[in-house]
Ligand binder design. Structure first.
Ligand SMILES: Nc1nc(=O)c(N)c(NC[C@H](O)[C@H](O)[C@H](O)COP(=O)(O)O)[nH]1
Ligand SMILES: [Zn+2]
Length: 164
């Protein structure tokens, strides 16, 4: 079981390495998994889709495209037990003003049971990321998958002046 989590987080990390480096965000990778079958429903990495997109946002936009529903209605079409793996915890505020990913997760409702994160968001752009609290308040589990922190931060900050 724990092995599975690490393999999904490693997959998310490999996706993050495809993200074009940028000084104003993090290079993140995310994977949406159907828990009972271990089927990968969607993947995403920062800036994969047009616009200033986040990895988690790309996962959801691909799923809404596939199912022909808006991302906010994904709760109607997703299977009952879904997990999100993301190398950096979902944002709770974005300096661009775009909709934070924690709000995108909450809008999906009770289909996403667990969010697995590789690291907490560094304090560089936004301090006090509140996604853990928001998710747990909504009954969504927030689980840290340990072991890849150094690699995740190196990839995430590769576009910065002084990378991690
Ligand atoms: N979980 C997560 N996935 C991402 O794909 C990504 N880029 C961030 N980054 C969080 C960081 O707080 C925001 O990147 C800045 O606040 C700038 O906001 P924009 O990205 O320009 O909307 N966090
Ligand atoms: Zn985000």
């Amino acid at each position: 079981e724990a092995g599975d989590h690490l393999s999904y987080m490693k997959l998310a990390l490999s996706l993050a390495t495809q993200s074009p480096p940028k000084p104003t965000n993090y290079r993140v990778g995310a994977v949406v998994v159907e828990v009972t079958t271990n089927e990968i429903l969607s993947t995403g990495y920062t800036l994969e889709l047009p616009g200033n997109t986040h990895a988690e946002q790309c996962c959801f936009e691909k799923l809404s495209e596939k199912h022909g529903v808006s991302a906010s209605r994904l709760g109607e079409v997703l299977p009952d037990e879904v997990a999100l793996y993301t190398t950096v915890e979902p944002c709770s505020h974005r300096l661009s003003g775009n909709l934070p990913c924690v709000e995108r997760i909450l809008a999906i409702g009770d289909k996403i049971k667990t969010v697995y994160v590789g690291v907490q968001e560094p304090e560089k752009f936004v301090s006090g990321n509140s996604s853990k609290q928001k998710l747990e308040n909504a009954g969504i589990a927030f689980v840290h998958v340990a072991g890849l922190e150094k690699d995740i931060l190196e990839v995430a900050t590769a576009g910065h002046e002084n990378p991690a």
